[in-house]
Design a protein around this ligand. Structure first.
Ligand code: ADP
Ligand code: AMP
Length: 210
């Protein structure tokens, strides 16, 4: 098993890049999407998670780590997993290392998607997401009337308003940005200028991952 991590602030375009990497054989794992699935199903985990997610805060490490642990149990031994939005804290990063070690898996690349705050705010406040499959659109940069994949409605996420985005950026800077050093010390980080166009960013990441 091999893992790749897309690291970067909310709205940097991790999910948008992941859409093309899926066609190259990666299994896309977004912890945000997994949590939103639990919210839609109204499970106890989803109901608890929604309370913190709507305020731009993180769900507890143990909840996310358990979700990823279950996924690892089900994954094929030759799977190529693309993490988007995980790990988000040092504790999660250490747990990921432990889980990969225990499965003789590797972490081959960490792609750091760098994007200034003002660009992030424009991207997230204009983001629209398919309520069924989670495909991502933007009112200016990738417009659509309905989902081009399954025809379902596209809506704004409850945590995509400006105030919550600014909170999420603050939480990223405080809790996730330290992962840049954690992974740089392991020589795993490759940076991408994520403020460029969707095609440019996708092309750059694909070229880095071969
Ligand atoms: P993340 O997964 O990092 O939170 P998304 O992939 O959901 O970010 O992208 C956030 C929003 O910005 C979406 O509406 C998406 O369509 C748009 N977007 C993503 N990448 C770019 C880009 N390079 N240029 C312009 N808009 C982008
Ligand atoms: P995302 O879809 O990546 O923008 O994540 C949406 C929200 O889900 C985040 O703002 C967090 O509240 C929560 N979340 C997603 N992934 C994680 C994680 N790895 N750790 C903690 N909270 C997470």
């Amino acid at each position: 098993m091999n893992a790749v991590v897309l690291l970067g602030p909310p709205g940097a375009g991790k999910g948008t890049v992941a859409e093309v990497l899926v066609n190259k054989g990666y299994k896309h794992v977004s912890t945000g999407a997994l949590l939103r699935e639990q919210i839609q199903l109204k499970t106890p985990l989803g109901i608890e998670a929604k309370k913190v997610m709507d305020h731009g805060q993180f769900v507890p490490d143990e909840v996310v780590v358990e979700m990823i642990g279950e996924l690892f149990i089900e994954a094929d031994s030759d799977a190529n997993i693309l993490f988007d939005g995980f790990p988000r804290t040092l504790v999660q990063a250490q747990k990921l290392d432990d889980m990969l070690d225990s499965l003789s898996g590797t972490l081959s690349d960490v792609i750091l998607m760098e994007c200034p705050d003002d660009v992030i705010v424009k991207r997230i406040t204009g983001r629209r997401t398919c309520s069924t499959c989670g495909a991502v659109y933007h009112i200016h940069y990738n417009p659509a009337d309905s989902c081009t994949i399954d025809g379902c409605d596209i809506t704004q996420r409850p945590d995509d308003d400006e105030a919550t985005v600014r909170k999420r950026i603050e939480v990223y800077d405080e809790r996730t940005a330290p992962l840049i050093k954690y992974y740089s010390d392991k020589n795993l980080v490759q940076s991408v200028d994520a403020s460029q166009s969707i095609d440019m960013v996708r092309g750059h990441v694909v070229s880095l991952l071969g």
